[in-house]
Design a binder for this molecule. Structure first.
Ligand code: NI
Length: 206
């Protein structure tokens, strides 16, 4: 992954970075409501370039996750990061690889062709937001505990279990691959709010 690589490398030129901030589709754009297609070759150079640009875009937007359809690319690819202190994942040992890190967490984790399987029935509610619905947030029920599988950029397959925020962000991002935005998962639309109104005190009388 590039990220810190410089275009005009060499001492003294480290501040010149190749960066592309992609335009983020907003709710209502058809690319967000269509199922995305599987990535045919996760090792393709075009996929590596897309991931670099998505990481730049995610960091620029200061988001927790980003799915390819949000940048107008209808492929099954997402990336996410879990803030320190909110990580709970443990990757299962995989004989094919011993060097993958899933949940270490400031730099985004990339999932290609991910598949989610809920573990148990326990649902939890928490506030959720999305870069495709800027300025809004709402309470969304999600599975507390999931298992997910994916392919990395070297074509290796992985499997991981996650709970809490980590499980939530993976479910949110993977929903984008099926044309689902978080309001479609909400059970109480009265909790949909502008984030700028969060924390405003309740009126004393109704
Ligand atoms: Ni989103």
């Amino acid at each position: 992954m590039r990220g810190c690589e410089t275009v005009y490398g060499g001492p003294g030129a480290g501040h010149i970075e190749s960066m592309a901030i992609l335009k983020i589709a907003r709710m209502g754009h058809p690319v967000l409501s269509r199922p995305a297609m599987p990535v045919p070759d996760p090792t393709a150079p075009g996929i590596a370039g897309l991931i670099e640009d998505m990481i730049d875009t995610l960091k620029d937007a200061d988001g927790a996750g980003l799915a390819a359809p949000q940048v107008h690319v209808p492929l099954r690819l997402v990336l996410f990061r879990v803030p320190p202190g909110r990580e709970t994942a443990e990757e299962k040992p995989d004989e094919d690889s011993d060097s993958v890190q899933v949940a270490a967490l400031e730099s985004p984790t990339v999932l290609i062709n991910p598949v989610i399987e809920p573990i148990g029935e326990h649902m939890v509610e928490d506030l959720e937001a999305c870069l495709s619905l800027p300025g809004l947030a709402g309470i969304v029920p999600r599975h507390n505990h999931i298992r997910y599988r994916w392919t990395d950029t070297e074509g290796r397959n992985h499997e991981c279990e996650a709970q809490g925020f980590h499980a939530r962000v993976v479910q949110h991002e993977c929903d984008h691959l099926d044309g689902i935005l978080y309001p479609m998962r909400m059970t109480d639309l009265s909790t949909l709010t502008f984030t700028s109104e969060l924390g405003r005190p309740e009126p004393a009388e109704s």
